[in-house]
Design a protein around this ligand. Structure first.
Ligand code: ZN
Length: 425
C-alpha cells in the first residue's frame, strides 16, 4: 500500500460520523498551520493567514487569504448513508435488546447485514444554560451491534427476492438483555458509556458505521475497498489541495474549501450546501478585507470545484452505463455532466477543468447518465445557486456507491488530489 493510500484510509478510519469527519479535518488543518476562527464572534484576518471555521459541528470551511487575487473554491460533503438511531431506540424482543433505527440517505440495505457495526455521533448533555447544552462527540470505538440476516433455511427465496424493509428487517441487535431489559436500557447504556448520570443525557444523534478498516485489493493492489469512499475521498482531496501551498507562500486571493453536512438528505439544512453558510463566510472574508464589492467581483470571476464520487463502469453491468461515455476505475478524475443540471457545470466550467488537467498532466474522463436513467445529484448545483460562481462537478469513479463498502482505484485519488491542488494551490 502506498503512503498516499495509507493516509486516505487512516483519515476514513477516523471519520466515522460527520462530527468525526470534521474533527479529523480540523486536526489535519491544525497540523498544516491553520488557525480556528469562531463562528459566533468577529474575525480579524491577517494577509497570508490560514483559517478554518466549524459550523454547528458537522460542517467545516477552511481558507487561505493572500494578496489581492482570485476566488477559488472546492466543496465536498462530510456525511454518508447509514442507519441512525431514533429517539428512545432501546427495544426488547424475547430478551434481545435491539435498536430502533431509520435510514439516513439512500443506503443499499443488504450491504449492512451481518457486519460488526460501531456507533458514533454526538450527545447533548444538560448544561448551565438551557440554550447551550454540552454537546460531546461520541464514538463507541468498538463493534457494538450487528443486523443479522435471516437464515436461508427460513427464507428459501432470499436469492431471488430478498427484499428488505427498513423498519422490520434492519434493526441492529445490541445485546442479550434477558430479564435486565427493564426501563430505558439504552439510556442507561449510553450514560454509562459517557460516565454521566442517565438524567443528564438530553438527546443524541448516533449512527451505525461498519467497524472495519479499508484495504487495498486487486492482483497488484491497485484497488481500494473501504467504507465511506463517498465522500471522504473528496473531503481528503480538498484538505490536501488546500494545505498544499507552503505556509510562507499563501497564494494570492481567497482559496476556500467547504465541507458540508447533509448532502445525502438533500442539503437543505442550516449547515448544508443549501444554506447561506458559504455565502455568509465569503461575504465575511471580503468585508474583513475591505468591502462587499470585492465579494461580488470575486464571485463573478471565481471558480468552484464540486467534488463527489462518480459511478465507474461496473464489469457485470456495463449496460447500465451510457453506450458511448464509459468512465472506468483507474481512468482518472471524472467530469460529471447532466442536461438536467443535477450535476453543476457548463461548457466554460468543463473547459477550465480540462485545461487544468492538461497543464498538470492529470488524467480525466467523462460521465453522463444513460438517457433513460435519472442518475444521482450533488451539492454543486445547490451551492452555486446561492453563490453564483462558475462550478464544475468532478470526482473519483467508484463501484457500489452507497454500499457499506465501496471500491475505487488507488491512482484515481492521487489524480483527484492533483486536480484540486491546481484549483486551490
Ligand atoms: Zn456523495
Amino acid at each position: 500500500m502506498t503512503a498516499e493510500t495509507e493516509a486516505l484510509l487512516s483519515f476514513i478510519d477516523r471519520a466515522v460520523s460527520p462530527v468525526h469527519t470534521v474533527l479529523a479535518a480540523e486536526d489535519f488543518l491544525r497540523a498544516a498551520g491553520f488557525a480556528e476562527l469562531p463562528w459566533a464572534a468577529p474575525w480579524t484576518l491577517a494577509a497570508g493567514g490560514r483559517y478554518f471555521v466549524n459550523v454547528y459541528g458537522t460542517t467545516l470551511l477552511a481558507f487561505t487569504v493572500g494578496e489581492d487575487g482570485p476566488l477559488r473554491l472546492a466543496a465536498a460533503h462530510t456525511d454518508f448513508p447509514c442507519l441512525r438511531l431514533k429517539s428512545a431506540p432501546g427495544l426488547v424482543r424475547e430478551g434481545y435488546g435491539v435498536l430502533n433505527v431509520e435510514p439516513y440517505g439512500g443506503l443499499i440495505l443488504r450491504s449492512w447485514l451481518d457486519r460488526p457495526l460501531g456507533l458514533a455521533g454526538r450527545v447533548a448533555l444538560r448544561g448551565e444554560d438551557a440554550f447551550h447544552p454540552r454537546v460531546v462527540p461520541v464514538d463507541f470505538a468498538r463493534p457494538v451491534v450487528t443486523i443479522p440476516s435471516l437464515a436461508i433455511h427460513m427464507d428459501r427465496k432470499v436469492n431471488e427476492e430478498g427484499k428488505l424493509n427498513a423498519q422490520t428487517d434492519m434493526l441492529p441487535l445490541a445485546g442479550l438483555l434477558g430479564d435486565a431489559g427493564e426501563g430505558d436500557w439504552w439510556q442507561a447504556a449510553l450514560a454509562s458509556e459517557l460516565g454521566v448520570p442517565a438524567d443528564e443525557v438530553l438527546s443524541f444523534e448516533l449512527s451505525t458505521y461498519p467497524y472495519e478498516r479499508g484495504c487495498t485489493l486487486g492482483l497488484a493492489g491497485e484497488l481500494i475497498s473501504s467504507p465511506r469512499l463517498d465522500n471522504l475521498t473528496s473531503v481528503w482531496a480538498c484538505l490536501r489541495g488546500l494545505a498544499a501551498a507552503p505556509v510562507e507562500a499563501v497564494p494570492a486571493g481567497v482559496h476556500l474549501i467547504a465541507l458540508f453536512d447533509n448532502e445525502e438528505v438533500g442539503s437543505r439544512t442550516k449547515q448544508g450546501a443549501g444554506s447561506l453558510v458559504l455565502a455568509d463566510v465569503l461575504r465575511r472574508i471580503y468585508r474583513t478585507r475591505g468591502g462587499d464589492d470585492a465579494y461580488d467581483e470575486a464571485v463573478a470571476s471565481g471558480f468552484l470545484l464540486s467534488v463527489d464520487v462518480a459511478h465507474g463502469l461496473h464489469p457485470d453491468h456495463a449496460d447500465k452505463c451510457d453506450p458511448a461515455v464509459r468512465p472506468v476505475l483507474g481512468g482518472g478524475v471524472v467530469l460529471k455532466q447532466a442536461a438536467s443540471q443535477s450535476y453543476a457545470g457548463d461548457a466554460e466550467a468543463v473547459a477550465i477543468v480540462r485545461e487544468l488537467a492538461r497543464r498538470s498532466g492529470t488524467p480525466v474522463q467523462d460521465f453522463v447518465n444513460r438517457s433513460d436513467s435519472r442518475g444521482g445529484s450533488t451539492l454543486g448545483s445547490i451551492a452555486s445557486a446561492l453563490v453564483p460562481v462558475r462550478t464544475m462537478d468532478v470526482g473519483a469513479a467508484i463501484l457500489a456507491m452507497h454500499s457499506a463498502r465501496e471500491t475505487m482505484a488507488a491512482a484515481d485519488e492521487e489524480a483527484l488530489i492533483a486536480l484540486v491542488r491546481m484549483v486551490l494551490a
